[in-house]
Design a protein around this ligand. Sequence first.
Ligand code: NDP
Length: 445
Amino acid sequence: MSSYVDEIIEQVIKQNPSEPEFHQAVREVLESIRVVIEANEEKFRRDALLERLVNPERQIKFRVPWIDDKGDVHVNTGYRVQFNSAIGPYKGGLRLHPSVNLGIIKFLGFEQIFKNSLTGLPIGGGKGGSDFDPKGKSDREVMRFCQAFMTELCKYIGADTDVPAGDIGTGGREIGYMFGQYKKIRGLFEGVLTGKGLTYGGSLARTEATGYGLLYIVEELFKSHGADIADKTVVVSGAGNVAIYAIQKAQQLGAKVVTCSDSTGWVYDPEGIDVAALKQIKEVDRARLTEYKKYRPNSEYHEGRGVWAVKCDIALPCATQNELDVEDAVLLVENGVTAVCEGANMPTTEKATKYLQDNGVWFIPGKAANAGGVATSALEMSQNSERLSWTFEEVDAKLKNIMVNLYHNIDDAAKKYGFEGNYVVGANIAGFEKVLDAMNAQGIV
Ligand code: NDP
C-alpha cells in the first residue's frame, strides 16, 4: 500500500487544480508531519484524518458590487475560508490585493491553523479577502467597497464564531469601515474584528505585534545559540505593517537594518533605515518608496527587486509569498547570512528553504515567526470579552512571552522527532499535535 501522506498530497493536487500555493503549503506541512502520521498510519487512514485536515470546513465566495466616485459600478469577488475550528473560533486576516483568488486564501487559511495553534491560544484557522485593489482608490471608494464586502461577510462571522483581522491591503482604515458596517447591520458592538482602532475596542501593541514578535523570536533564536543580534546587519523586504515594526524593533535591539522594499522598488540606506520617514511615506502619505531619498539623500533607490543581494547577517522577508527564491538563497549564503526568519506568509520558495537549511542557515518559517500578530489579535479578543483594555507594556510583555515559548516549543518538537535545528518540521509538528488532539477528542465532525 502506498503512503497515506503521499496519497493525500496527490489528491489535493488533483482536487484543487490551479492552486499552486495551496499545494505548496499542504506539501510542506504534510512532509513535516509524515513522521507522526506514519507512526500510526492505519488509525489515521481509517479516521480520514488528513482528508479532514486539508479540506476546509466551509468556503464562502461572494459578489461584492460597489460604486466608484464617478458613479460607475464595479464587481469584485469576496472570500472567507473557514478552515478548521478544532481549537477555537476561526481567526485569520482579510487580504485585499488584485492577486487574491481561492487558492491563495486556502493556502493562507491552511497555514493559519498551525500558526494559531503554536500561539498556545484558543483560535482556529481561517482567512479571507478580495481581489479589490485599494491602491489608487479614494477614501470614499475604499469605504464603499468595505461596506459592500461586510454586507455579505457579516452573515458568517461573529465574536464567538469567526473573527477576521487585517492582512495585505487591510489596515486600520479598512478594519474601521468594516466594523462600522457590521455594527450597523447586526446591531452588535462586539469583538468581531481585530486590529480595531484604540477608541473602539482595539488593543495597544496590535499594530506593532507582528514585526515586534518577529524580532522577539529572532532574539531568542540567537540567544539560544549563544549569540546576540546587537550590531548585526539586517535586510528587510516590504514596507508595510510587518516590515515597518520589524525594522523598528530590530533597531531598538541594536541591529542595523539597511533595506526595505515595496512592489515597485527597494531602498538601500547604509546608515540604517529611517523608520519615521518610512512611516510618513507608507502610513500617512500612502506613497511610493521613491520618496525616501527626499528624507535620506545618502540612500539609494532601485527599481525592481534586489534586497537579497545585500550582504547581511539576518534576512527578514516581510512582503508577500514566494518573494525569496533559490537564486536569492544562493546569494544570501554566499554573503554569509546566519538566519532567515519569515515575517510574511510563505515568502521563501520550497527550493530556497531547502537550500538555506542545507547550508546551515537558521530558518524559522512564517507560521512561527509571524505568529505574534495573530497572538496579539487573540489578546485583543480577550480584552473585548472582559470589556477592559490592557496597557502597552502588558500586551507587549505577553507577546514577548508567547514568542519565547513558541521558539522553545518548535525547537523541542524538532529535537524530539530527530530533526534538531529544523524549525520547519518543529513548527509543523508542534502546531499539528494540538489540533490533532482536539480533532480526535471531538469525534468525526
Ligand atoms: P501591507 O499591505 O501592510 O504591506 C505589504 C508590503 O509588501 C508592501 O510594502 C507591499 O508593497 C509589499 N507587497 C505586497 N505584495 C507584493 C508583491 N506581490 N510583490 C512585491 N511586494 C509586495 O501588509 P502586511 O505588512 O500586513 O503583510 C505582509 C506579509 O505579512 C503578508 O504575507 C501577510 O500575510 C503577512 N502577515 C501579516 C500580519 C499582520 O499582522 N499584518 C500577520 C502575519 C502575517 P506596496 O507598498 O507597493 O503595496
